[in-house]
Write a protein that binds this ligand. Structure first.
Ligand code: CTP
Length: 397
């Protein structure tokens, strides 16, 4: 995805410029050719040497650099860019871009490019909320620029408000989505569930499971990066909300069922990676249950089986997390729950299952075919699932 792609990273003069170091580093690690362009003000916050060391490329700071090694045609980068990202983007650069001003290397590059441009505003809340800035942002959006919403939180000025640069994953997620927007799942609507549901016992306790949500999030991100429109219905997890994905937060199996029924009405596929509780307390206690002298018995009732019960024309893809009789159990679930595909994994195997970044799975299809995959990252597993899903959608499987 990012491998061998040229990402022009524009850095402007905001305190969040230091965070661009991490963005440049992660992009480079992912295989991208990162070409950094810094404005004059950005140089007040951080030095080009940092970015040159990280990216292995010369940093461009000036249109008229006399040094021959640094001399570069003012539109050269606009032509080689697969995508341009400005992070952080100040109110000043946003205003210049909105007006078509081209008075430095970064503005020239953006004005001359035909590549997609992503802008991540970061500034003091009052500057961000000023109607001039908002009008400029609206103008850029209308012209096809992709804007990343700044986050709320503590600002460098000391106060709290909107204006923080989002974390690196969010910015890189937006880049991946932009680069993959014409991928093989373009135009497809995919609903993914993730995480372990929580069934309330009382206001402070719940029944849960060990799912981290990593597999479901990896599937959702991979589908996004292949051009799909993704809705992620997630039980509570510690993971960062992925950029460019509609996120619906739920807690219980019942809430997840309602969200899935609604979201899948127009979907092409439902991928149930969530670990859904099979039982829930008959009624959650209104007040905290106090410790008594004896033991405690919970009265549990069955939850709805979401993938079995939700009806529609979309493909149904499920998971089977097992500790024994992996394939036999998975096959039973595949047919019993009316799925088109099931991803079976032995959660007791090393490097596989809950909380890990890797998984070792066997994919079983409705037509009886199956493929056992070696241990690989959850993202790679996600890509394999989507390869098969894509073929099924084309009727080739
Ligand atoms: N699933 C579901 N609704 C439930 C339980 C499970 O939609 N109430 C889905 C899961 O998201 C998964 C698949 O069904 O895609 C299999 O989940 P699993 O928990 O392995 O299946 P169970 O039917 O609960 O079987 P077990 O007795 O092994 O727990």
């Amino acid at each position: 995805m990012l491998k061998n792609k040229t990402v022009v990273l524009g850095i402007t003069g905001g305190i969040a410029a230091y965070k661009a170091v991490d963005i440049a580093s992660k992009l480079t690690q992912a295989g991208a050719n990162v070409r950094v362009v810094m404005t004059k003000s950005a140089l007040e916050f951080i030095t080009p040497l940092t970015f040159e060391s990280i990216t292995g490329n010369t940093v461009v700071t000036d249109m008229f650099q006399p040094n021959a090694e640094h001399r570069i045609n003012h539109v050269a980068l606009s032509e080689v860019a697969d995508v341009i990202v400005i992070a952080p983007a100040t109110a000043n650069i946003i205003a210049k871009l909105a007006c078509g001003i081209a008075d430095d290397m970064l503005t020239c590059t953006v004005l001359a490019t035909r590549a997609p441009v992503i802008v991540s505003p970061s500034m003091h809340t009052n500057m961000y909320e000023n109607s001039i800035t908002q009008e400029n942002i609206a103008k850029l959006k209308k012209r096809g620029f992709k804007m990343i919403e700044p986050q709320a939180g503590r600002l460098a000025s000391g106060g709290y408000g909107v204006g923080r640069l989002p974390d690196t994953e969010t910015i890189i997620g937006a880049i991946r989505q932009t680069l993959g927007k014409n991928g093989d799942l373009k135009g497809k609507k995919v609903v993914v569930t993730a995480g372990g549901t929580q069934e309330a016992i009382d206001p402070v306790r719940y029944l849960g499971n060990r799912s981290s949500g990593k597999m479901g999030y990896a599937v959702a991100e991979a589908a996004r990066d292949r051009g799909a429109e993704v809705t992620l219905i997630t039980a509570p997890t510690a993971l960062v909300a992925p950029a460019g994905i509609e996120l619906i937060k739920v807690q219980s199996a019942k809430e997840m069922k309602n969200a899935v029924a609604k979201a899948s009405a127009k979907a092409d596929a439902l991928i149930m990676a969530a670990a859904v509780a099979d039982y829930t307390p008959k009624a959650a206690a209104k007040q905290k249950i106090k410790k008594g002298a004896g033991g405690l018995t919970l009265d549990l009732v069955k939850t709805p089986d979401i993938i079995s019960e939700v009806k529609g024309k979309f493909l149904k893809i499920g998971f089977a997390a097992e500790t024994e009789n992996l394939l036999a159990n998975a096959k039973k679930k595949l047919t019993g729950k009316g799925m088109d595909m099931i991803v079976a994994n032995d959660v007791s195997a090393e490097g596989s299952g809950f909380g890990t970044d890797t998984n070792k799975v066997t994919i079983l299809l409705k037509n009886g075919r199956q493929e056992s995959l070696p241990l690989m990252s959850k993202r790679e597993v996600a890509e394999k699932i989507l390869d098969k899903m894509g073929k099924m959608m084309e009727g080739k499987m």
